[in-house]
Design a protein around this ligand. Sequence first.
Ligand code: MLC
Ligand code: AMP
Length: 504
Amino acid sequence: MTDKNLYSLFDSRFPANLNEIAFEGPDVPSYTFGDLINKSAQMANLLVSLGVVPGDRVAVQTGKSVEAIILYLACLRAGLVYLPLNTAYKTAEIEYFLGDATPTVVVCDPASFEEIRTIANNCSVQEVLTLDTMGTGSLTERAAELSVDFSTVERAGDDLAAILYTSGTTGRSKGAMLTHDNLASNAKTLNSYWQFQTDDVLLHALPIFHVHGLFVALHCAFLSAAKVIFLKKFDPAIVIDNLPKATVFMGVPTFYVRLLTEAGFTKEVCRNMRLFTAGSAPLLAETFNAFKERTGHVILERYGMTEAGMITSNPYDGERKAGTVGFPLDNEVRIVDDAGNVVKEGDIGILEIRGPNVFKGYWQMPEKTAAEFRADGFFITGDMTRKGEDGYYRIVGRSKDLIISGGYNVYPKEIESFIDEMPGVDESAVVGRPHPDFGEAVVAFIVPDGSVASLSDQDVIAYVKEKLANFKVPKEVYIVDDLPRNTMGKVQKNQLRDRAKTAV
Ligand code: MLC
Ligand code: AMP
């Protein structure tokens, strides 16, 4: 078998001098490429000693640390399937993911050890290890005692490297299965399309449990053995402090909106930068233009999704256009109508894609997988798209009922199902409204059933906040007598969106 382990690809690009710095940051120690190799070997040895075998899942819910990245590399090396979880997820959400993905090992923050242990006792999990944002915990303590020699396990291109959960229209999250080939092909495409070089310095402020921060940003850096300035979280002041040392920055639109509110964000601090990229949500032309005006830099907007990595990108050398996501990368694309027929050039339709970056399917959901692929292998993205006369693609909406808030996806159905269970609620409808900071905000309309006197908006917010991740909590709740419906009885969400828009 020719080894297609993604780690082997990274390793082949690491520098000859392993003492070169791979990661540094204002509040992390420096790590050389040699450290990445040795420490990932130790962690891989630890995981193997726990009895995990290639194909087993390792679920990880930890804050940002370089050790968490090393854990990702260790999983790749041992042939395990890395399963990162958003740190905002609460108990009920974690319970679902662990029950569905049946990981063998879970790594969590020491603060949630007891809670995760309790969940783990009721499912497949054999071992719970801890890792905090300082890089300490039972994972690193136990790994430090083990050998720095480990032979990376050979993998076929089609073997799973990671499972990333993405919320679904029905309210149940689906685990997107990504193979070593999927990740390698997208990494190589982006690394060359965006012209990464060894002397690049990536300023990293994104979370590391999603495609954007974990794969797009880090894989580009690894393939050029470029240094990463690693920030624990996005904080505009810290980003500004570190920008003069960097050449590349990647962010969701909210990052750029927030940077522009800072007086210290100037052309001067961006003097060494060669590339700013944006994605995960639409970048407003207003932000694009204000950014150009302030810094002289033109943000490169690209479009992608968990299931496929990056799909289109504005050009590196050519004109980057506001409100567009550029051209297809290394995948075929077509724009179709509801019946799956290709629309006339220039018309709006749903984007379908096929290529080496497109995932293998949803974990243990063959029906859902089949429903989202065409017979000829094209994946239905659910994004309403138009190709302009200039050849640039534009994402103009979504056929899926999805809200994107600060770069995080929220499916209304999940929140509606949850709120409908609340005592005093008859039914609910959740929509998105424009939000100056998060792009879109979650808003809920509630019809009380009369059983609870004076059910208030704050009661509903508190109820959701206790059980669901913070970015899913409605920013506003409206108590109404009934929901607007059409003659078929379907809730008219457009009317609710208009109401939510005019109410603020
Ligand atoms: C935080 N809050 C949010 C939120 N993030 N509410 C809605 N949407 C969000 N995204 C809540 C907090 O709980 C808090 O509520 C209040 O808003 C203010 O919090 P904050 O301190 O301002 O939040 P902060 O920690 O600064 O986080 C904001 C953020 C973060 C923008 C930095 O959301 C973020 O890192 N987003 C990036 C998401 C991302 O990486 N997406 C990539 C997906 S991959 P309260 O009530 O407690 O005050 C993908 C594919 C692709 O989509 O194409 O890339
Ligand atoms: P996720 O499931 O978190 O990977 O989110 C993927 C979704 O984010 C896509 O299907 C799009 O709807 C949206 N998205 C990503 N990038 C962009 C962009 N540049 N413009 C508009 N929408 C985007």
